[in-house]
Design a protein around this ligand. Structure first.
Ligand code: AMP
Length: 416
């Protein structure tokens, strides 16, 4: 694999997979341009060297069909202003041969949404997995995916992947395309490098004590993450909606709180494994509960094992926060994924805000902190603390899969 910093792009056409899947309002205006800004260092380096850019991305889930509402044409101007230069637009990503061939050094070409072609994701469209022809259709789709990837690869001399948000997918533009470039002509972009380094910092080079804070709604979505972390962390804080499955599994009375009965045996197994591995598992001990799922509900703070009937746990209580504060402030490495309450409701956001503050304070005292996963990123942003943690990951799903211990196809395609 080549290294972007050492590579000289002069006179070369670079095919760059970016993540321009930015949120748009009904009028097609960008409501958050973080992802565009995230790609700028890589794009500027290529232009500064005297290379030209062929930018490719997905937007939304058009499921293999053209959908004007998900056209990347809508964001071409925003990309142009981020790069301070004109951006040409190729309205069909698989028919951009001439536009790509005509590109001069310093010029930028943005391809239309890759997912307008089913080949990008490589999954047969409109055929159910249970259908007997599914396997054959999938095989054929993989062949056309390889052709589609080759079409993209033929536009350029060098391939750069800077789209961490889709690195956990083996799509044409994120992984398959890399097969058509030799090792010296494919590389990770700066954003990808930073993401991979941040994950390595916590999973491979962690300073101890290492604390993971896992919150959010469901145990089922994070069980694999929790299991993998048990081999790495000293402290595991489990908060938010997912904590109630652990409380109920131990015989607690959780009222109407969110929980997954079928996962209670797994929750007990996690507790047992933590004990065996010497991991301090810290569940919430006190919760702020509500008599309905609403910001304006009545509130009361109760022992987490004794939530009254008709009430549900919505936020971490002060006693939980005091315990967690001590754990977090004594940590050298912190990984945070998922809120510890329904932080979207102002009246139940306190606990998550406090966690954000503790992580920021620990970071100030020298700890390395990685915050990732859509909602915890939204939380550090909401409390204005994003610049006070060591790294905020841009890719929720990709980060979770990396923490589960999976090899990300987008990284593996380049770094092998
Ligand atoms: P996840 O996507 O699994 O990280 O979950 C994030 C969601 O979990 C957020 O929308 C929170 O509102 C929700 N959440 C956190 N704590 C609770 C809780 N105690 N009850 C219900 N939902 C919760």
């Amino acid at each position: 694999m080549a290294n972007i910093n050492d590579f000289n792009f002069a006179g070369l056409k670079a095919l760059v997979r970016v993540d321009f899947n930015v949120p748009l309002d009904e009028k097609g205006n960008i409501t958050d341009d973080t992802r565009i800004r995230g790609a700028v260092p890589t794009l500027k380096k290529i232009i500064k060297d005297g290379g030209s850019l062929i930018l490719m991305s997905h937007m939304g889930k058009p499921k293999g069909k053209i959908n004007p509402k998900l056209s990347l044409g809508q964001i071409a101007n925003a990309v142009a202003s981020a790069l301070a230069r004109p951006v040409k637009f190729a309205p069909d990503c698989a028919k951009a041969q001439k536009a790509a061939a005509d590109l001069q050094p310093g010029e930028v070409l943005l391809l239309e949404n890759l997912r307008f072609y089913p080949e990008e994701e490589g999954k047969p469209v409109g055929i159910d997995k249970t259908d007997p022809i599914y396997d054959e259709a999938k095989k054929r789709m993989k062949e056309s995916q390889a052709e589609f990837a080759k079409t993209l690869a033929d536009y350029a001399d060098v391939y750069v992947n800077d789209a961490f948000g889709t690195a956990h997918r083996r799509h044409a533009s994120t992984a398959v395309v890399a097969d058509y470039f030799d090792d010296d002509h494919k590389m990770l972009g700066y954003l990808m490098e930073k993401e991979v380094e941040a994950i390595d910092n916590v999973l491979k080079n962690a300073q101890h004590p290492f604390t993971a804070i896992i919150g959010g709604s469901k145990v089922s979505s994070k069980l694999a993450v929790i299991k993998n972390l048990l081999d790495k962390v000293d402290n595991l804080i489990i908060g938010g909606g997912m904590g109630f499955t652990f409380i109920k599994a131990q015989g607690g009375h959780i009222g109407n709180s969110l929980h997954e009965d079928e996962l209670m045996p797994e929750a007990l197994a996690v507790m047992e494994a933590a004990k065996e591995k010497g991991v301090k598992l810290s569940l919430s001990v006190e919760t702020v509960c509500a008599n309905e799922f609403s910001n304006d509900a009545e509130r009361q703070t109760v022992d987490i094992f004794n939530i009254p009937d008709g009430w549900e746990g919505m936020d971490a209580g002060q006693r939980s926060l005091d315990i967690w504060k001590e754990i977090i402030l004594s940590s050298k490495t912190i990984l945070w994924n998922g809120p510890v309450g329904v932080f979207e409701f102002e009246n139940f956001a306190h606990g998550t805000g406090e966690i954000a503050k503790f992580v920021a304070e620990a970071t100030k005292n020298g700890a390395y902190s990685l915050v990732g996963g859509g909602d915890s990123v939204a939380a550090v942003n909401k409390f204005g603390l994003a610049d006070q943690v060591s790294y905020v990951s841009t890719g929720g799903g990709a980060m979770l899969e990396a923490i589960e211990g999976k090899i990300l196809p987008g990284v593996a395609a380049i770094k092998h």
